[in-house]
Design a protein around this ligand. Structure first.
Ligand code: ATP
Ligand code: MG
Length: 262
């Protein structure tokens, strides 16, 4: 772990797109075992920050430490191996696969993935596949999608797709899960389920979460601390109550209308 109990530490991070600084000198920390929120107006740079942390984009400059180790510039499959997984703002389910298959195909260093393995080590592979199958079923039950296991992923509602994305992240025993707008398109009943599940994963299993969300109600219930970005910069950090009363935050959100009713 890095200093101060930070699992993830971002230092002076910059990402420029043709002169536009989508992420502009960001410094922040995500503490181990916390649900940290990330909010900010559209275009603030939140998703870009997630893309930098997970290696989908390379930073223009700056550093990212995970567990005290430099990870900036590592490609996604290596940040994944270190224990960082993410969901996407627009779910990327494997549409022509069933819900169960979507989970079973999450990449890992499984024996049996290489096509020659089944010939040579048939017994070991079938036992391992059985374990993956059992794990997938347990996770589907955990997110309440078990009744849809044989449905095509494309047929799920947008809220169910968000839960499927969460379920996929759990297949690989992650340390840090980055959720990009998990509440978008999720109905209130599913939302309640989602909040309960995330709290359980964090408090019981010790998984750390970094959550982008526009729904202030969800952020308030779930996250502490909350980090606020605007125009690529971190402009505030604190408890949900603190940031709701922070003038810079209210200004960033069009004179406060966005947060006013929450
Ligand atoms: N690949 C890219 N090429 C060029 N510009 C980009 C690229 N990705 C993002 N941007 C720009 O960077 C800025 C930040 O975008 P980003 O998607 O990170 O914002 P966001 O905070 O996630 O917004 P939202 O809440 O709408 O999802 C925006 O101005 C966006 O147009
Ligand atoms: Mg975004």
């Amino acid at each position: 772990m890095a200093e101060n109990g930070a699992l993830l530490r971002v230092e002076n991070l910059v990402k420029s797109f043709d002169g536009l600084r989508a992420v502009n000198n960001c410094t922040l920390e995500v503490r181990k075992g916390c649900l940290t929120g990330l909010i900010g107006p559209n275009g603030a740079g939140k998703t870009t920050l997630f893309n930098l942390i997970t290696g989908f984009l390379k930073p223009t400059s700056g550093r990212i430490h995970f567990n005290g180790e430099r990870i900036d510039g590592l490609p996604p499959h290596l940040t994944f191996r270190k224990g960082i997984v993410r969901t996407f703002q627009v779910p990327r389910e494997l549409k022509s696969m069933t819900v169960l298959e979507n989970l079973m195909l999450v990449p890992s260093d499984q024996a049996g993935e290489r096509i020659w393995n089944p010939w040579l080590f048939g017994f070991r592979v079938s036992r391992q596949e059985r374990q993956i199958y059992d794990k997938a079923l347990q996770i589907l039950e955990f997110v309440d999608l078990q009744h849809l296991r044989d449905e095509y992923a494309s047929s799920l509602s947008s809220g169910q797709k968000k839960l499927l994305e969460l379920a996929r992240t759990l297949m690989c025993d992650p340390q840090l899960i980055l959720l990009d707008e998990p509440g978008a398109g999720v109905n209130p009943a599913l939302m309640k389920r989602l909040v309960e599940r995330l709290e359980l994963l964090c408090h019981e299993l010790g998984i750390t979460f970094f959550v982008i969300e526009h729904d202030m109600d969800l952020i308030t219930r779930l996250c502490n601390p909350v980090i606020v970005m605007s125009n690529g910069e971190v402009i505030a950090e604190g408890s949900p109550e603190e940031i709701k009363g922070d003038e810079r935050v209210l200004e960033a959100y069009l004179g406060g209308q966005y947060l006013a009713g929450t």
